[in-house]
Design a protein around this ligand. Structure first.
Ligand code: GLP
Length: 236
């Protein structure tokens, strides 16, 4: 695991976008595992810039996102599908038909999870997976638990996650209580992983994930077992 500390969010974002874009330049039909949250916004802004400059072409790329709130469809401005469409997909030349986010409105979420995992397998797995980290150590929406869950699955959000994500909603009651998230298998089978975190409040959990014991109580700690992980942290 490489642990890089940089002194600004700008640098973190540039470095991360460079890693993702390098992957696309060397493999134009790369499969990108993408994330939501505030952490990747700077990375997406850089990717948009590089695409507009003509430095990187996303036309053959496929993207698979980590997670989605249960009950929110793409027309809801709090859904992760809407977030991705707005903050990245509509601003680069990716083919919208090749962008995938788990369907939080699927009637049978277990089946949706199974299909999502099979689909990722058929794609040949993820070439580079971008991750943020929650204050409780969650990646995607894999919350602290007694076990690491392998498959894409429905999950009850931790009260601390609901509280942290309330800032994006009008009222805390509006935050969905459940989500569907990619499990640890597809994440751990990604060829490369980049985890990004910024802000003083993330320092403790990032250090726990990188240096602490590997435990499902700190879901991101599983990444210590992955052969190619880069963690990029900025206090600012
Ligand atoms: C959400 C997402 C995660 C994300 C985390 C941190 O719960 N499901 O994928 O990493 O929040 O978000 P932020 O980057 O806004 O701190």
């Amino acid at each position: 695991m490489k642990f890089i500390t940089v002194d600004s969010y700008e640098k973190l974002s540039r470095m991360t976008a460079n890693m993702i874009c390098a992957e696309v330049i060397s493999k134009p039909n790369a499969v990108l595992g993408l994330a939501t949250g505030s952490s990747p916004l700077g990375t997406y802004a850089k990717m948009i810039e590089y695409n507009k400059n003509g430095d990187v072409d996303f036309s053959e790329v496929t993207s698979v996102n980590l997670d989605e709130y249960v009950g929110l469809d793409g027309s809801n401005d709090q859904s992760y599908r809407y977030f991705m469409d707005t903050n990245l997909f509509s601003q680069i030349n990716i083919d919208p038909k090749k962008t995938f986010v788990p369907n939080g409105c699927a009637e049978d979420l277990a089946k949706e999870g199974e299909n999502y995992d099979n689909f990722i397998k058929e794609l040949g797995g993820i070439d580079i997976q971008l991750l943020g980290i929650g204050l409780d150590g969650h990646i995607g929406f894999n919350e602290p638990d007694d076990v690491f869950i392998k498959e894409t699955h429905e999950v009850a959000l931790d009260p601390s996650t609901i509280e942290a994500n309330a800032r994006f909603f009008e009222k805390e009651e509006d935050v969905p209580r459940t989500a569907i998230t990619m499990g640890m298998m597809s994440i751990m089978q990604a060829k490369k992983v980049v985890l990004i975190a910024n802000g003083k409040n993330k320092k403790e959990i990032v250090e726990k994930a990188v240096y602490g014991p590997i435990t499902p109580q700190v879901p991101a700690s599983i990444l210590q077992l992955h052969p190619d992980v880069t963690v990029i942290y900025s206090e600012n």
